[in-house]
Design a protein around this ligand. Structure first.
Ligand code: GDP
Ligand code: MG
Length: 714
């Protein structure tokens, strides 16, 4: 038997065609499956054994085209050109054959070893459309395999087909050349004759493809050809000539002419292979869309759906929250009784269990929120929301496409910022990246839950909703300001993609939810655990040896009295002692610096310090408060939850200050992980801008709320 034992397979296709589902099927992985463009931002790699082959599968970003306009397209194209995978599987949404083939034709032209994966085949069988797959295979010169990605059906067929291709057992015809119509075909042929002399380019498996790309005005390819060609001047002249020729014969921009030619050819193929025009699925979708994306009704419906999800998050989440809370207290008591008293016991009880526990209680809320978003996403509604927002986004000087990263920002800024790679214009990317962190991410939720729980009682859901809306409002203002000042430029036209509605499958919703919950859990075990321990140490050390008075002696004296009054006095003395210790510690000194800065906002020094530590991750604000308030206490009383402590008059926090604090947490610098990603995506300058600008906005907003509120007597 001939053939390699190692095979590399790349998955290419439109967003939403089911690439990630196929990838999961092929590799057995449980990757995030998402229902809108921009989620699979980087290529993912998985492995699998099949027969005697070890197979590497790469999930490329979903794109509609293979020009190098957006970073996503560039990633996909560069991979195919430079890494030369043995097989490219083009995942196609069978219900959207015509549109999908636009990319397929380019893969055909690149003469890669191609398999057409007609995914979502279930939707074809459910409708009365018929697709002649044999004919399609002949017309494209590539094997065609039917699959149902979300149920992992047809995966073996794909693998077998891939192996046949590699072993050359399948005697495929060469791809017939794509025709752009008589006028263009000659020009393409002519130019490819010249391109043949441009040897040495990595992509030059096929001069015809290069010629088409040159005509399309592809800068990368142009640069490549002109820098490598041994007949540079001649190539440049002939290209100029060819472009001029296209312009005069078609009276169109060459890029448009090529694109129309390609669509024409595709329309021909579709006519050949499709028995009935696709109608049903789209029709049902259209009817639903008439309501959900209605010009006026659409917006209130969107708000109501979001509001319902929030309400569910807080009302349903309250029950498991109590259980976890009780569990944490139980663990602390258990640790106290097992471990000998001292620094280590204190570290475990306050630093580790207390710090992580104070964040863990919010896990149920977050899981419910993620569940809701996953359902919206998988059903196709999120894409509608983006469509609906397109007009509003234009008001910001952005497109509906930017809405998706913004919406994802409610989950976590990091993947949201990465998903901006689908945006073509750099200006849009910068602007979107800068406002994504203003969308309140789930890490901030624990802070809101804690403070609304302590101060706003039954109104909690509404108060939190208002914070989210405020984040959006600030984003709007910031975007408008930036567009007028530092980020002026022209709009690019684009088409908003609307996938058909799908009933979400449990499997995919749960995988999705789990993927996100896992990030949260990992954070608890990682950055939050470490931050809590560091914080504990900063609060525990340096140890104080001299106090303003002799607490020990006074306590012992009172203990010998032993009545009830003496007990309360002892407790008071212990609290005072703990307070002195905390003031003396590193964290107390930090608090001494931060305290005055946040005092005008109505925050006490513990809150100020927790904000500093919140730079590590916003949940850390809560765990810090947990550690800061409990440090030095010998006893953990069950009733003494953080909520109670905050409510008590001695904490000195008013409702107004609590609201200002939530606003501050909403707006101030993104967490370290986000900052790193911003730097990676758009550079130092914007990263620093983001950190300082946002913190300034946060301080000002909190100031206005607190001082303004007091002035009007709130
Ligand atoms: P990607 O954007 O190309 O990676 O597509 P995904 O794998 O994220 O899939 C998009 C959506 O289509 C998800 O909701 C999947 O559950 C769903 N899906 C994937 N394959 C099929 C299929 O064969 N049939 C149906 N009905 N749905 C599918
Ligand atoms: Mg994907």
């Amino acid at each position: 038997m001939r053939g390699k034992r190692e095979i590399t397979i790349a998955l290419a296709g439109n967003p939403n065609s089911g690439k990630t589902s196929i990838f999961n099927g092929l590799t057995g992985a449980r990757r995030k499956v998402a229902n809108f463009p921009g989620v699979t931002v980087e290529k993912r790699v998985g492995h699998r054994k099949f027969g005697r082959y070890s197979i590497t599968v790469i999930d490329l970003p979903g794109t509609y085209n293979l020009t190098a306009y957006s970073p996503d397209e560039k990633v996909a194209r560069d991979f195919i050109i430079n890494n030369k995978p043995d097989v490219v599987i083009n995942v196609v949404d069978s219900g959207n054959l015509e549109r999908s083939l636009y990319m397929t034709m380019q893969l055909v032209e690149m003469e890669v070893d191609l398999i057409i994966d007609l995914n979502m085949w279930d939707e074809v069988t459910d409708s009365d459309v018929e697709i002649d797959t044999d004919k399609l295979s002949r017309l494209l010169g590539a094997p065609v395999v039917k699959t149902i990605g979300n149920r992992a059906q047809g995966i073996d067929g794909l693998l077998e087909s891939a192996i046949s291709l590699v072993e050359n057992r399948q005697n495929m015809h060469r791809h017939p050349p794509v025709s752009y119509g008589p006028k263009l075909d000659d020009i393409v042929l002519d130019l490819s004759d010249e391109v043949i002399h441009c040897r040495g380019c990595p992509g030059c498996r096929n001069p015809r493809w290069m010629a088409v790309k040159l005509l399309e005005g592809d800068e990368d390819i142009r640069h490549l050809c002109l820098s490598q060609s041994r007949r540079r001047g001649r190539l440049a002249r002939r290209l100029e000539h060819a472009l001029e020729h296209v312009r005069t014969t078609t009276r169109q921009d060459p890029e448009v002419a090529i694109s129309e030619g390609r669509y024409g050819y595709i329309a021909g193929i579709v006519r050949e292979v499709m028995k009935k025009p696709p109608a049903d699925r789209m029709k049902a979708s259209e009817q639903i869309d008439n309501i959900l994306t209605h010009r006026y009704l659409g917006y209130p419906i969107f708000l109501v759906i979001m509001w319902l999800i929030f309400q569910a998050t807080f009302t349903l989440g309250a029950y498991p929250m109590e259980w976890i809370d009780a569990g944490v207290a139980f663990l602390q008591q258990a640790a106290i009784s097992v471990l000998p008293a001292g620094a280590f016991s204190n570290l475990i009880v306050e630093g580790v269990i207390g710090g992580v526990g104070s964040v863990a209680v919010f896990l149920p809320n977050i899981i419910i929120l993620f569940l809701g978003i996953s359902v919206l996403e998988d059903s196709g509604y999120l894409a509608r929301a983006a469509f609906l927002m397109d007009k509003l986004m234009h008001f910001l000087g952005l497109h509906g496409k930017s809405f998706i990263p913004m919406l994802m920002g409610f989950g976590c800024s990091v993947p949201a910022i990465m998903s901006t790679r689908t945006l073509e214009s750099r200006r849009d990317r910068i602007m979107t990246i800068l406002i994504v962190p203003l969308m309140s991410c789930s890490a901030r939720l624990p802070v809101y839950i804690l403070f609304t729980g302590a101060f706003f009682g039954a109104a909690a859901g509404n108060v939190i909703f208002s914070i989210y809306l405020l984040g959006i409002a600030v984003a709007i203002i910031v975007a408008r300001l930036m567009r007028r000042s530092i980020l002026k430029s022209e709009d690019l036209p684009f088409v908003m993609e609307l996938p058909p509605y799908r009933v979400p499958t449990w499997r995919s919703v749960v995988i999705h939810m789990w993927e996100r919950a896992k990030i949260y859990l990992k954070k608890m075990g990682g950055v939050i655990l470490i931050a809590s321990m560091i914080l504990w140490a900063l609060g525990y050390f340096p140890r104080k040896s001299e106090y303003s008075r002799d607490y020990q002696a006074q306590i012992e004296q009172l203990e010998s009295v032993g009545d009830e009054q003496a007990q309360t006095q002892i407790a008071e003395l212990e609290a005072m002692k703990a307070g002195e210790e905390l003031k003396y510690s590193f964290i107390g000194r930090l608090g001494g610096i931060v305290g005055p800065v946040v005092a005008p906002l109505g925050f006490n020094w513990q809150m100020g310090t927790s904000l500093v530590t919140g730079f590590a991750a916003k949940e850390v604000v809560v765990s810090s408060l947990g550690v800061l308030y409990h440090l030095g206490r010998e006893q953990v009383e069950e009733s003494e939850t953080l909520i109670r402590i905050l409510q008590s008059p001695e904490s000195g926090v008013s409702n107004l200050a609590a609201y200002a604090f939530m606003v501050f947490v909403l707006l101030y610098t993104p967490c370290i992980a986000t900052v790193v990603i911003i730097k990676q995506e758009i550079g130092w300058k914007w990263m620093l801008f983001s950190v300082f600008f946002q913190t300034a906005i946060a301080w000002s907003a909190a100031f206005v709320i607190y001082q303004g509120g007091r002035a009007i007597g709130l």
